[in-house]
Design a protein around this ligand. Structure first.
Ligand code: GLY
Length: 362
């Protein structure tokens, strides 16, 4: 199975998203979007032993250098950015080099930031190898690093030239990583409702974790379609794109509070989705049956839904005020009026937020 599934059409720039099996074995595809004769492959210490040799083979006739960064959200920082700059400078990469991000969301975000800034911007190709990176992080051009307690506090929008998703890379993914990606898929389901939410529900109700390749292909393709359509309309998040942050104000605070060490991003998003559902209920937007539905869906994906007791609600609340989504000093939450009907709310009070956080503590 292999196809050029989608194109993200932006003003003055369009890029393809390829989704299929064995794409890493397709040398012609890997080199198609490289223009000069230099390539810098950026990957992490988990992915390098699995796939770096395969990707390098496609660039045997190029100057192909590799930089292996440490794995984990805790390394999405300025030290890793410097490590990649130094490799580029040491190997004398020019403005026409192409940087390839081979890995999950952390590799993609950090590498994207380097590509945006090295020599004022060089070509970038994403090869996302986790479900989360395939359905979310590699599409839409957000790049960045964490700093001073704030998730993605430093970053830029930077458009890749291609995104290549090989479904085979998901076969080596741990179940935990796979579930983390499913959290973002559930997010899309809640955002659009209807058939897509029903599809996710049907896959999860058959206890299909780990999901088979056909199911993954459908979920990835439709998630990418949803995201591409939103990004095409609002690339720089001046409006509708903010809806993609459903559950994320909670999630980012939870990740920062625990120094990015306790949860995978999708796990924190899962707790955030449950918080967003409960907040929507407390504001009389949805019913408790809806909240239980969200809870059950996340539970079937074996994702966390509650805030552990050791987390201090006041500390979490403070961190929410460092969130990028703050506007005019008020917190902004994506809330649900129904599955498929979400909106951005800036009127949530401290008391309402506290009451939700207290209710979500396990
Ligand atoms: N992950 C949310 C976005 O790309 O806008």
């Amino acid at each position: 199975m292999s196809d050029r599934a989608l194109t993200v059409e932006l003003e003055h720039h369009a890029y393809p998203i390829y989704i299929g099996s064995d794409l890493l074995l397709d040398d012609g595809l890997l080199s198609r979007h490289v223009m000069g004769r230099q390539v810098m492959l950026v990957t992490n210490d988990k992915i390098a032993p699995l796939y770096i040799g395969t990707v390098q083979r496609a660039f045997a006739s190029y100057q192909c250098d590799v930089v292996v960064v440490p794995d984990g959200e805790i390394h999405k920082n300025q030290q890793t950015v410097l490590m990649i700059y130094e490799a580029l400078i040491q190997h004398n990469h020019h403005r026409d080099t192409t940087i390839i991000a081979l890995g999950g969301g952390v590799v993609g975000d950090v590498t994207g930031f380097v590509a945006a800034t090295y020599k004022r911007g060089v070509r970038l190709i994403h090869i996302p190898t986790t479900l989360l990176a395939q359905v979310d992080a590699s599409i839409g051009g957000k790049t960045g690093i964490n700093h001073l307690g704030g998730k993605n506090n430093i970053g830029s929008f930077y458009r890749p030239h291609a995104v290549i998703m090989d479904l085979n890379t998901l076969k080596t993914l741990s179940l935990r990583e796979l579930r983390s990606g499913v959290a973002e898929v559930i997010k899309y389901g809640l955002l659009v409702g209807g058939d897509f939410l029903a599809l996710i529900e049907s896959f999860l109700s058959h206890d299909l974790i780990p999901l088979n390749t056909d199911a993954l292909y459908l979920l990835i393709k439709q998630s990418c379609q949803i995201k591409a359509e939103i990004v095409q309309e609002d690339e720089f998040e001046t409006g509708r794109r903010a809806l993609l942050n459903l559950g994320h104000t909670f999630a980012h605070a939870l990740e920062s509070y625990t120094n990015f060490e306790r949860w995978l991003h999708g796990e924190a998003v899962a707790i955030g989705l449950y918080c967003a559902a409960l907040l929507s209920y407390q504001l009389n937007l949805i019913t408790m049956v809806d909240v239980d539905y969200v809870d059950a869906l996340l539970k079937r994906a074996q994702l966390p839904r509650r805030i552990p007791k050791d987390i201090d609600i006041d500390g979490l609340y403070e961190l929410m005020f460092h969130d990028k989504k703050i506007k005019n000093k008020s917190l902004r939450f994506v809330l649900m009026k129904a599955f498929g009907t979400c909106y951005l709310d800036e009127t949530v009070t401290q008391a309402q937020l506290r009451s939700v956080l207290l209710a979500v503590i396990e």
